[in-house]
Design a protein around this ligand. Structure first.
Ligand code: HEM
Length: 501
């Protein structure tokens, strides 16, 4: 009995403090958790959360879910709480009012491996490192002046595309593939100072493809070993190593050339030259390592490669499906060309309808329909809801671009609506977010738009475009989408061309 009592006393002495500390803590935790006003959520499965609800076209599935749960909803991508925003008002809260709180990026497996531990601009966390990189890119690589300096590269490559179309008049040509080569060539020349070749193309394609693979570890961290088991991590490491060796080679070539020729003038310098200059110049205030330089170049491929070409593919498909719009556009460009054989960049300023056509196409077919995911870095109150730190945020810009409360007959391709609106590309109008907005907004707008406008103007000026005679009417052109790194057409756009003069 005495032994029993002493054991009891011992247990009470041990557990009483534990109860006294833990029970109130658990109570406080539950109280606040239950009291937190979280956004509405659909029912979720254990482990995978709501991932099964994303389907093959997440922008569409999320739009459908938002029609039921509202413009701010909380989903779980595996164990990662993910806020999905589908109205212009909510997007403004994220991208403007609370921009700094949502300016970080989630930690994802593939970008981590491919981009030197996310040491690039697109995926690095918000902070001083990212700020420096973004300034370098905005001031030195993608500024208006720099984009203007690349005018001859664009004109040459677009001239080549026009020649191919001219040589193939009457036969079926794969316009999607031609747009891909056009942007590839321009990006390679701008970034590396050399034209594309088969090997490099293969490498870049492998690199971009890696971003489309699903990594379990990004969403269910305790299952990250599965990414090793499936070979995903191994494959990503191989691609990263091959690309790194390639970039090292190109950078060394640039260093050797500079040592041979000295710095005569800045003319004709590519992005690697410019970055090497900044790295050497102590007065710029930027110090960075070799891996940062390589990560920036990779970002140029990542951000620039498919965005402009797939946007051109969509806009041309819309024009072929809407002959009246095509005629109106051809009328505008012909009036400005006044019989000259080619249109140059100075002509573009006056082409208001052309700009409206491109904006309308970007509204319906946003290349990055869900922008790039962001992450909250502190607790914040958003439109009455409590959003905890570490929540991933997805802005469904595609759904906002088709919101019937913002756009009359949103499914209709009607460029005229952009003649009435004074929308620019900079993301200050939250109902149209093709390039994102705020601190993490796209720095490549001028670069991308310059390619699209000049290519489109010259193609429609020189040629009438039709569909190969397979019995498909222009209004029945297949417009199905394929979701990927960039939203593109499921089937390539095959066309026939005939000269207009
Ligand atoms: C039609 C052309 C393009 C479209 C539609 C486009 C669209 C976008 C979008 C939607 C974002 C995410 C913005 C956000 O999260 O708010 C983005 C980010 C970015 N884009 Fe573009 N882009 C285009 C061209 C380019 C080009 C040509 C480059 C570079 C050469 C580029 C480089 C980047 C980079 C580096 C970021 C990440 C910015 C950051 O995280 O701070 N983009 N782009």
């Amino acid at each position: 009995m005495e032994h029993f009592l002493s054991s009891l006393t011992f247990l009470l002495t041990l557990f009483t403090p534990i109860f006294l500390i833990f029970i109130p803590t658990i109570w406080v935790f539950l109280h606040f958790k239950l009291k937190r006003n979280l956004p509405p959520s659909p029912w979720k499965f254990p482990v995978i959360g709501n991932l099964h609800q994303l389907g093959s076209n997440p922008h569409r599935s999320l739009q459908t879910l938002s029609q039921k749960y509202g413009p701010i909803m909380l989903l779980y991508f595996g164990s990662i709480p993910t806020l999905v925003v589908s109205s212009a008002e909510a997007a403004q809260e994220i991208l403007k009012t609370h921009d700094t709180t949502f300016a970080s990026r989630p930690n994802l497996t593939i970008p981590n491996i491919l981009l030197y531990g996310c040491k690039d601009i697109s995926f690095s966390s918000y902070g001083e490192y990212w700020r420096q990189l973004k300034s370098i890119v905005v001031i030195h690589l993608l500024s208006n002046t720099q984009v203007k300096l690349l005018q001859n590269v664009r004109e040459k490559e677009i001239g080549r595309l026009i020649d191919v179309l001219g040589e193939n008049c009457g036969s079926s040509v794969d316009l999607s593939a031609l747009f891909d080569s056009l942007t590839e060539n321009i990006i390679y020349m701008a970034a590396l100072g050399k034209p594309s070749d088969g090997e490099l193309n293969k490498l870049v394609k492998q690199f971009l493809d890696m971003f489309t693979f699903f990594s379990v570890g990004s969403f269910v961290p305790w299952l990250s070993w599965l990414d090793h088991l499936t070979g995903l991590v191994g494959r990503a490491k191989t691609v990263a190593k091959e690309f790194d060796e390639f970039l090292e080679g190109v950078i060394e070539e640039h260093v050797a050339k500079k040592a041979r020729e000295g710095t005569k003038s800045n003319e004709g310098e590519d992005f690697i030259d410019i970055l090497l200059n900044i790295q050497k110049d102590e007065t710029t205030g930027f110090t960075f390592e070799r891996y940062t330089l390589k990560a920036i170049i990779l970002d140029v491929f990542l951000g620039g490669m498919d965005t402009a070409s797939k946007s051109l593919e969509w806009v041309m498909s819309e024009l072929i499906s809407h002959p009246k719009v095509m005629k109106k556009l051809q009328h505008e460009v012909a009036k400005i060309a006044q019989g000259r054989s080619v249109l140059v960049e100075d002509d573009l300023e006056k082409m208001h309808y052309l700009k409206a056509v491109i904006k309308e196409s970007l509204r319906i077919h946003m290349p990055a329909p869900l922008l790039v995911p962001r992450m909250s870095t502190k607790d914040v109150k958003l439109m009455g809801y409590d959003i905890p730190t570490g929540t991933q945020v997805i802005v469904n810009a595609w759904a906002i671009g088709r919101d019937p409360t913002l756009w009359e007959e949103p499914e209709e391709f009607r460029p005229e609506r952009f003649l009435e609106k004074t929308f620019n590309y900079k993301g200050v109008h939250f109902e149209w977010l093709a390039f994102g907005s705020g601190r993490r907004g796209c720095p490549g707008i001028q670069f991308g738009v310059a390619i699209m406008e000049l290519a489109l103007a010259n193609i429609v000026y020189k040629f009438d475009l039709g569909l190969p005679n397979y019995g498909v009417k222009h209004e029945d052109l297949d417009m199905s989408e394929k979701y990927g790194l960039i939203l593109h057409k499921k089937s390539h756009l095959l066309v026939t061309t005939s000269p207009r003069f």
